[in-house]
Design a protein around this ligand. Structure first.
Ligand SMILES: [Fe+2]
Ligand SMILES: [Fe+2]
Length: 208
């Protein structure tokens, strides 16, 4: 009951901070994060909370992001300021931690790394990272393949999402955040070792 009350509260706060369209996205990410958590053995409540909150500062201005960064003395690198798209993950996790007083590190990190990924992502982080790519309203070209990968194998889904991002960033000549490269390498190295020892193709049946 207490958990339910918190979820309603988070949902109302998220709703008050964004357009209807983005709120719909957050609700869908929350839902699919819960489903992925159930399938892959992550904590479903945490996945749904992180999914609901992941874009909480997405529609805030650059000034808002910079104010949050200054106010809470968040260390940032030149790569963190590549785009507002990266900043909202950092300020969103700070909002969840400092304003909503969420103490669970895994939820905070799932929000913080939902855009870039990172090396050594936890199961919950991967669930939220992948959920953001495949939420119900997503209809970009290639989403079906990422969905298929995600339901076959969570690492495969994360890898497909990372490749999608990296390819798009290269196409439009936007720098790639080092965490994205590290996340990609991490999964590829891990899976190559695993599959090489099984003498199977590195990424299962999916052609990435
Ligand atoms: Fe986001
Ligand atoms: Fe999102």
């Amino acid at each position: 009951m207490r958990k339910y009350k918190f979820m309603i509260m988070y949902e109302n706060i998220v709703k008050s901070r964004m357009s209807w369209r983005r709120f719909d996205h957050c609700v869908n990410v929350c839902r699919v994060a819960g489903e992925l958590a159930k399938k892959y053995g992550a904590n479903k409540d945490k996945a749904m909370i992180a999914g609901m909150l992941h874009d909480i500062t997405k529609e805030s201005s650059l000034e808002y992001h910079m104010n949050i960064i200054r106010k809470f003395k968040i260390p940032i690198t030149k790569h963190d300021t590549i785009s507002k798209g990266i900043l909202h993950s950092i300020t969103g996790s700070t909002y969840a931690e400092k304003v909503l007083r969420i103490r669970d590190r895994d939820i905070i990190n799932a929000i913080k790394y939902h855009t870039t990924g990172r090396e050594g992502m936890s199961l919950l982080e991967k669930v939220v990272f992948v959920a953001d790519f495949i939420s119900e309203e997503r209809d970009y070209q290639g989403v079906d393949r990422i969905r298929k990968c995600a339901w076959e194998d969570l690492d495969l889904g994360a890898l497909a999402g990372l490749l999608f991002s990296i390819n798009n960033l290269i196409k439009i000549k936007i720098p790639i955040h080092p965490n994205t490269v590290l996340a990609y390498n991490d999964i590829v190295i891990h899976r190559r070792r695993q599959f090489n020892s099984e003498q199977n193709p590195p990424f299962g049946k999916q052609n990435l």
